[in-house]
Design a protein around this ligand. Structure first.
Ligand SMILES: Cc1ncc(COP(=O)(O)O)c(C=O)c1O
Length: 420
């Protein structure tokens, strides 16, 4: 692989146009030191590569400004606390949260959903209550609900998909009843790239008195999200899919919901007063952030938010939409390829090739330096619904350009030749 191209620690800027004479103004591959020349990284839906700006923020956090937060009486710790809380405000603004205290830092989307399922679900669900999910959910938005349903006696319903792979809200509207307490849906499918009509989902959920939780993992990296405008009740995402670090994510919840929810993990930082007679708890967000937080991860997440906002979410969305449509057109011309999901999918293209297992596609493409994902994508119920064990998936980010699609198509041609 080619050599990386580091920039100095404090020179975190946006690249101008892409490397290698790309014709795309939004091809920022030069910002990403871990993407060597000639490597087509098409697995952003699993995790995004990191721009130098994020790497620099993490390095600075450990090399110069590091200290714990919320506890220290010394200057460095108070400064870090200010930076940490400023990052919370920045993230709140990023998703249109009305108040920064509605933003809870968690390890990632998985932890965020488990938190809501255990804390909100543990106190608000009981026998006879129902939870509405959809057929395209990631296991992270299925298994935590199964666990709490088992504990509380609630039951799960599954909204079907339309023929082109969207959550069928018309069908869901018919299925919803006054027994449904929560609807939990992916804002963008990690397999099909289909985008939910989130406002309509909120109206439908609220119409029967249920809450709406949105899994925004695949939405926040590619579209402007405004939780207040959507009208949802919980929203969550992982930092690492937004060009930020692993181990940090965000759960947003409406103030009155969070205030009524019990803590789900006990420990330091989440308390008001502790004695052996009993403990009282801090208000949100502290109540849900037990233990020393991922201080530098939060700074890295803030840098990632800065990074995507400087490029512009609308521009990123348009860039990825163009890449998706070029890819789908190119794959349609290979007659052994089956495409999944709608034509206007957001940044993600899943496909299968007749007579070739997706794992073989992935392995052969890797030999051509094209990195895609092959497997069930943590969505086994969706695979069963599609009638396949697995799919191949190409997903895009700000560093991709037409050269990556060309490399993918050349690689798929090679797969075809190998398999005759
Ligand atoms: C739609 C969706 N939800 C949830 C997750 C889980 O995210 P994490 O593993 O970062 O917690 C993913 C990750 O692939 C995802 O794509």
């Amino acid at each position: 692989m080619g050599s990386p191209h580091p920039t100095s620690l404090r020179s975190a800027t946006l690249s101008p146009a892409g490397r290698g004479g790309s014709d795309r103004p939004l091809d920022h591959v030069a910002d990403f030191p871990a993407i060597p020349e000639g490597w087509a990284y098409l697995d952003t839906a699993a995790t995004a590569q990191k721009p130098q700006a994020v790497i620099d923020a993490i390095a600075l956090g450990y090399a110069e400004t590091y200290a714990t937060v919320h506890r220290g009486v010394y200057q460095r710790s108070s400064d870090m606390t200010l930076a940490f809380e400023a990052a919370r405000r920045r993230v709140a603004g990023f998703i249109g949260a009305p108040a920064p205290d509605e933003v809870i830092f968690v390890r990632g989307a998985t932890e965020g959903i488990n938190l809501v399922a255990q804390s909100w679900g543990g106190t608000n669900l009981g026998p006879g209550d129902r939870i509405m999910l959809s057929m395209l959910e990631h296991h992270s938005n299925i298994v935590p609900w199964q666990m709490i349903a088992e504990r509380t006696g609630a039951e799960i319903d599954v909204a079907p998909l339309t023929r082109d792979g969207r959550i069928d809200l018309d069908a869901m509207a018919v299925m919803l009843t006054g027994r449904h307490r929560i609807v939990a849906l992916a804002h963008v499918s990690n397999v099909l790239g289909s985008v939910l009509d989130a406002r309509r989902a909120a109206e439908l959920a609220h119409g029967v008195g249920a809450l709406l939780l949105l899994d925004g993992c695949q939405a926040v990296p590619r579209m402007k999200v405004d939780v207040a405008a959507i009208g949802c009740d919980f929203y969550l995402f992982s930092g690492h899919k937004l060009y930020g670090p692993t181990g940090i994510g965000v759960l947003w919840g409406r103030t009155e919901l969070l205030a009524a929810m019990p803590p789900w993990q006990g420990g330091g930082a989440m308390i008001d007063k502790v004695s052996f007679e009993g403990t009282t708890f801090a208000p949100p967000p502290g109540r849900f952030e037990a233990g020393t937080p991922h201080v530098v991860g939060v700074l890295g997440l803030e840098a990632a938010v800065d990074y995507v906002e400087r490029i512009g979410l609308e521009a990123i969305g348009a860039h990825e939409a163009a890449l998706v449509s070029e890819t789908r057109e190119a794959l349609k011309s290979l007659n052994s390829v089956r495409l999944f999901g709608p034509d206007d999918s957001a940044g993600i293209v899943s496909f299968a090739m007749e007579g070739v297992h997706p794992h073989d596609i992935g392995t052969i493409l890797d030999e051509s330096r094209v990195a895609i994902r092959a497997g069930h994508h943590c969505a086994q119920p969706l695979m069963a619904d599609l009638g396949v064990d697995a799919t191949a998936r190409a997903s895009f980010g700000v560093y991709n350009g037409p050269r990556d699609i060309e490399a993918l198509v050349r690689g798929l041609d090679r797969v075809r030749r190998i398999f005759g």
